[in-house]
Design a protein around this ligand. Structure first.
Ligand SMILES: [Zn+2]
Length: 391
């Protein structure tokens, strides 16, 4: 289901970007072509009045072409209208410069603790987010500024660190192997069935060679995740704190070997996101190796690097956005020092202008004019910018 949805999204993006790239040119040709061919036809008629048959034939052909071009023109106009600023509903107060929560989970378990969320609380998190108008997007889409959520809604990113068994557990039920309904994946899948418009997805950051701990199910689980619209990310080979690693070869080994290991199970999949263990970064001169490097001939490249954080991320449209240093929010209520996800949700309730609110159109970046100076005008790429005065 999710796979199909993902494929559809890719198709939509592909067709939208094709239209985006070629639209002006196509419209131009379409507008010019009919009149040019009509002119040509008239000229032809004058010049070769005797060759009636030929002319009729030619005319027919040209009429056909004209009709075709007109159809093309209409189609383009339709697309233009659909993608235009006039389609944006300003009553939802879109603000695509607002902040986005990238939630950091670790364990799902029976007893709530600093790094453990109970199944009940995780379900409550999902329900609360849904009710308060949040919708899930993938980390990769967030990092690459491909946010596509319903108008008036706020994107949210889910991440799980450490690849614990309680994230994705397989149990036996009536002689069948099933996903543990109290593991993170089980809870998310159940929620997704009930609220498909939440577009549930998450990235699992895995360290070491025992993802999700059930040794004989590693390949099955990693493939299942990718096939069902989830992502697998890098959390280093040895849960390494890179602030203690001075040797550039070792930095590349801890990242590269882990990516290679994970990718070896899933054909064609690239592990391209990385959550820093302990939030540690190496000294400045080696910091580029977090994003790009090579170990024993295996090359890795990360489009998103996550800190261990305490606050929501700035929007990818903001000039301060750095996909290689994305802030996260603790998805917990225990020992969060007033900067847990519920604290931030409350802050957004009290200050709705700080929250990312989608205009519903992924090709347009809609922002209240007062935030104009902080927009990364290169970062929005080929999207149209729509600034408006707030009422
Ligand atoms: Zn960790």
């Amino acid at each position: 289901m999710k796979k199909i949805f993902k494929a559809l999204t890719i198709l939509t993006i592909a067709s939208v970007s094709l239209v985006g790239c070629g639209s002006d040119k196509e419209i131009e040709t379409a507008k010019e072509a009919p009149s040019a061919s009509v002119g040509q036809a008239e000229k032809d008629k004058e010049e070769s009045g005797k060759k009636k048959d030929e002319v009729t034939k030619k005319e027919e052909q040209e009429n056909k072409e004209e009709l075709k071009n007109k159809e093309k023109e209409n189609k383009n106009e339709e697309k233009e209208d659909k993608g235009g600023k006039e389609s944006i509903d300003l009553s939802v107060k879109p603000n695509e410069m607002g902040k986005v929560m990238v939630l950091m989970y670790h364990n799902i378990g029976e007893e709530e603790a600093t790094w453990v969320r109970t199944p009940e609380n995780f379900r409550r998190d999902l329900n609360t987010l849904y009710e308060k108008g949040y919708r899930a997007i993938s980390l990769e889409d967030f990092a690459q500024n491909n946010i596509d959520v319903e108008e008036g809604k706020t994107p949210v990113v889910f991440t799980f660190d450490d690849g614990n068994q309680n994230n994705f557990n397989i149990i036996e039920k009536d002689g069948k192997k099933v996903i543990d309904p109290n593991s993170a994946v089980g809870i998310m899948e159940e929620f997704n069935k009930e609220y498909p418009d939440f577009n549930m997805t998450a990235t699992f950051f895995i360290n070491g060679l025992k993802p999700f701990r059930q040794d004989d199910l590693i390949e099955y689980k990693l493939n299942w995740l990718v096939d069902n619209g989830y992502d697998v990310g890098n959390h280093t080979l040895g849960h390494n704190n890179m602030s203690n690693v001075k040797d550039p070869l070792k930095i590349q080994k801890y990242i590269g070997k882990q990516a290679q290991f994970l990718e070896s199970f899933v054909e064609g999949y690239k592990v391209n996101t990385y959550a820093l263990s302990y939030g540690g970064r190496p000294e400045d001169k080696h910091t580029d190796l977090l994003a790009k490097g090579e170990y024993e001939g295996f090359k890795y490249e990360n489009v998103a690097i996550l800190n261990v954080g305490w606050d929501p991320s700035v929007s990818p449209n903001h000039k301060n956005f750095n996909p290689l240093a994305i802030h996260r929010v603790r998805a917990s209520e225990t020992n969060v020092d007033n900067v847990g996800m519920y604290d931030w949700m409350e802050m957004f309730e009290n200050h709705p202008n700080r929250r990312y609110i989608s205009d519903g159109n992924p090709d347009i970046v809609t922002v209240p004019k007062k935030y104009e100076e902080n927009i990364d005008k290169e970062g929005i790429k080929d999207k149209k910018l729509y600034l408006y005065e707030e009422q």
